[in-house]
Design a protein around this ligand. Structure first.
Ligand SMILES: *[C@@H]1O[C@H](CO)[C@@H](O)[C@H](O)[C@H]1NC(C)=O
Ligand SMILES: *[C@@H]1O[C@H](CO)[C@@H](O)[C@H](O)[C@H]1NC(C)=O
Ligand SMILES: *[C@@H]1O[C@H](CO)[C@@H](O)[C@H](O)[C@H]1NC(C)=O
Ligand SMILES: *[C@@H]1O[C@H](CO)[C@@H](O)[C@H](O)[C@H]1NC(C)=O
Ligand SMILES: *[C@@H]1O[C@H](CO)[C@@H](O)[C@H](O)[C@H]1NC(C)=O
Ligand SMILES: *[C@@H]1O[C@H](CO)[C@@H](O)[C@H](O)[C@H]1NC(C)=O
Length: 671
């Protein structure tokens, strides 16, 4: 029997510390197989040979040799915290459906699963060319990931490096974070023979240490022989841990209740492997990580040494075994300003896939005419059209899961609605509802011909009524954020560029990238403080700039600045470096307030503004931008004052103003 001709080596390399290299001559096994079985060939350990270029058909997938072209089938995945331990996150990785996973495993949709639990994942298996496969996709998250690490470590051997390489254009030596890989997962449909024996499904199972075809079959209520047959394994064949094996099922699999034994220890397996020489009649168990036996037979020892050196090199690039490379990764990442080099955390994904559309990158390309200049709104924002509906697509570099998480919880007509997202090559594309009239900033401080894009090109300035409405809308939104959400939020980056205008010139507050939760202790007089002061010049409250203090009053300050912009049409920073917020005092204090105020008001109004109401607005703004945050009003008070101004504005008739400027005798506000 070939299995007794075994040889073991221990490499005098760091790799040998964690790996036993067992050289096993199983080549003859295949030739002994009865060819009539015609089921699926067990992948064995050929999946480890990523570099030799030798083609092993079994590594590409299970042959499309069965009755049907597609079928329901099952994968198994061992939950692993923190990334893949909920139905949603596992579904995201394996492109399945969270509720189907929850149902198949009789668990809750959202609750975390205990580590190393075998999770059954239903997928629709289908033929793709010669092989069965189920498509998932994966965005490389960090430097050092390889086709092998993705196949073995991330996807738990549900695919192989060879299959991934075969279906992706990227050179395997030139992978970098952000690349999106097609990941063909191994699956299969029952053959005629299996159907005749009553088998309906095939489940792809990941072999764990110490398991045999018998114990695996027993978990799913089938005998070991059926498992052996399904994988074209002869009676005494070995199976290896961390390889996929097919389990034929007569009915849908039952939820697996107990967590499986702990994962294989990193230390080498006991020298049991050598003792199997004597007990080689024991059916189908091999314990140990074995490397490349076929390879050695085929290309000889020198080739093997070369290869193992390469493997070692590759392994040393994996973060788990190379603290050095982690250090460098961290450094480059941190200097980039974000804590993660990839775009979206698993938490973000969980929220996202609950309710948002996950767009395909190709669809975004189509919708934005390939991100053409013509579709560019400004910066990294593009106009997109999905089935006739407009949307705005914003491209983000860093981790935006926080913004997604926040927007998902907010529901207010004056907050830009997020409809979906797409992660592609390390960038995240957020898809928002479209604001027909662009940003407030563009209207108040027109810099270029941007207005040509606007829907309503007849009006080129915002009138007084519209401006009051906008101020009111923003205050309403802030009031909602500070007082009506659970938990309450601080926007932290309110500015006219972040206020969008819809077709009716109603405000939509956007850009929640800096928003943060208002913590409990603030209500008791404590304050959140940050050393990391970021925001927009001209809108940041003094206590935030000077002491990093984060309170709702910083939003009130920013609102005050926006109101001053609405009144004056000036930018938040006037001239060299004079702040708009510091101008208002000069205007409203001392003599000749009326004249000074007229001089301050946006000249594009002409005479069409009610000076009394402008004065009231300017008063509110002045209080909002008080240097001492304790003298600033709270947002609910600002909202109330703005409501009064707004209702007076509704009573105001611009023609009165014209008349009044002609005839001094007219009474203000009379109609
Ligand atoms: C692998 O597939 C190729 C192409 O279909 C075929 O010619 C070859 O015989 C197969 N090799 C093995 C070992 O089955
Ligand atoms: C699913 O779980 C519930 C309780 O958690 C249990 O009562 C029920 O029997 C389980 N169903 C199956 C099919 O295991
Ligand atoms: C498989 O296909 C069926 C119908 O064709 C669909 O309802 C189901 O959601 C699919 N399952 C997965 C995991 O994609
Ligand atoms: C899976 O991806 C391959 C290309 O990688 C494609 O040819 C095949 O049609 C896809 N299968 C399904 C079901 O989308
Ligand atoms: C494959 O992945 C598992 C789980 O991460 C790991 O324990 C094992 O060492 C890996 N195999 C190799 C050859 O790196
Ligand atoms: C590796 O990728 C970079 C950019 O992604 C490219 O410029 C370079 O030519 C590639 N090198 C190889 C060997 O493919």
């Amino acid at each position: 029997m070939s299995s007794s001709q075994k040889e073991q080596n221990r490499l005098a390399t760091p790799m040998a510390k964690s790996l036993w290299v067992s050289l096993i001559l199983f080549m003859f096994l295949n030739s002994q197989l009865p060819s009539s079985q015609a089921q699926q060939e067990y992948v064995n350990n050929k999946q480890l040979d990523c570099d030799s270029g030798i083609i092993y058909n079994a590594t590409f997938g299970n042959l499309c040799n069965s009755v049907s072209h597609s079928c329901n089938s099952y994968l198994t995945f061992r939950s692993i915290a923190p990334l893949y331990n909920t139905p949603s996150s596992i579904a995201f990785l394996l492109n399945s459906d969270p509720s189907a996973i929850a149902k198949a495993n009789n668990i809750s949709d959202v609750a975390p699963i205990a580590d190393n639990t075998i999770v059954i994942v239903p997928v629709n298996c289908s033929c793709s060319g010669k092989y069965y496969q189920y498509n998932a996709s994966y965005v490389l998250k960090q430097q050092g990931e390889t086709y092998f690490s993705v196949a073995n470590n991330t996807y738990q051997a549900l695919t192989t490096c060879q299959a991934i390489e075969n279906q992706n254009v990227y050179d395997k030596r030139n992978l970098s974070a952000g690349m999106k890989l097609n990941v063909p997962l191994r699956c299969a449909c029952p053959t005629k023979k299996q159907e005749d024996s009553g088998f309906k499904y095939l489940l792809t199972y990941l072999v764990a240490q110490g398991e045999s075809v018998d114990t695996i079959g027993a978990q799913f209520g089938v005998d070991g022989q059926s498992v052996s047959d399904a994988n074209e394994l002869s009676a005494n064949a070995f199976i290896f841990y961390f390889t996929p094996i097919l389990v034929p099922l007569r009915k849908e699999p039952n939820p697996i209740k107990v967590a499986s034994p702990p994962p294989p220890p990193p230390s080498p397996p006991p020298p049991a492997a050598s003792s199997t020489d004597s007990s080689s009649s024991k059916k189908g168990v091999i314990i140990g990580v074995t490397v490349g036996a076929v390879l050695i037979l085929l290309i000889g020892l020198s080739g093997f040494l070369f290869w193992s050196r390469r493997r070692r090199h590759r392994k040393s690039q994996l973060p788990s075994s190379a603290p050095k490379s982690i250090e460098t990764n961290k450094k480059t990442v941190d200097s980039g300003g974000t804590t993660q080099s990839w775009s979206i955390s698993s938490e973000g994904i969980r929220y996202a896939i609950d309710s948002l559309t996950v767009y395909r990158f190709e669809d975004l390309q189509k919708a934005t005419s390939f991100f053409s200049e013509a579709n560019k709104i400004k910066g990294s924002v593009y106009r997109a059209t999905f089935k006739g509906d407009d949307a705005a697509v914003k491209i983000y570099k860093g981790d935006v899961s926080k913004e997604i998480g926040i927007l998902k919880r907010l529901n207010h007509t004056n907050i830009t609605r997020l409809s979906g997202f797409c992660v592609h090559k390390g960038d995240t594309y957020l898809v928002y509802e479209f604001a027909d009239n662009g940003s407030l900033d563009d209207w108040l401080h027109p810099k270029d011909k941007i207005k040509n894009n606007f829907q309503d090109s007849s009006s080129t300035i915002l009138n007084w009524r519209q401006r009051v409405q906008i101020a009111h809308d923003i205050a309403d939104t802030l009031n909602y954020l500070h007082n009506y959400t659970n938990p309450p939020y601080i926007h932290k980056n309110l500015q006219s560029g972040n206020v969008l205008l819809d077709g009716n010139f109603r405000a939509k507050v956007s850009n929640f990238a800096l928003a943060r939760v208002l913590e409990d202790d603030e209500e008791e007089g404590g304050f959140q403080v940050t050393r990391h002061v970021i925001g927009t010049q001209g809108y940041m409250a003094p206590e935030y700039i000077e002491n990093g203090m984060i309170t709702p009053k910083m939003d009130v300050f920013a609102l005050g600045v926006v109101i001053l912009e609405l009144i004056s049409g000036k930018e938040a920073i006037v001239g060299e470096d004079k702040l708009l917020s510091s101008c208002v005092k000069e205007v409203l204090e001392g003599d000749n307030v009326r004249e000074k105020l007229r001089g301050f008001v946006d000249p594009s109004f002409g005479d069409e503004y009610p000076l009394d109401l402008v004065y009231s607005m300017a008063q509110v703004a002045k209080r909002c931008v008080e240097r001492d945050m304790n003298t600033r009003p709270v947002i609910s008070e600002v909202l109330m004052t703005l409501s009064k101004i707004q209702s007076s504005t509704l009573d105001w008739d611009p023609s009165d103003e014209l008349d009044r400027s002609r005839s001094v005798s007219k009474v203000s506000g009379a109609r």
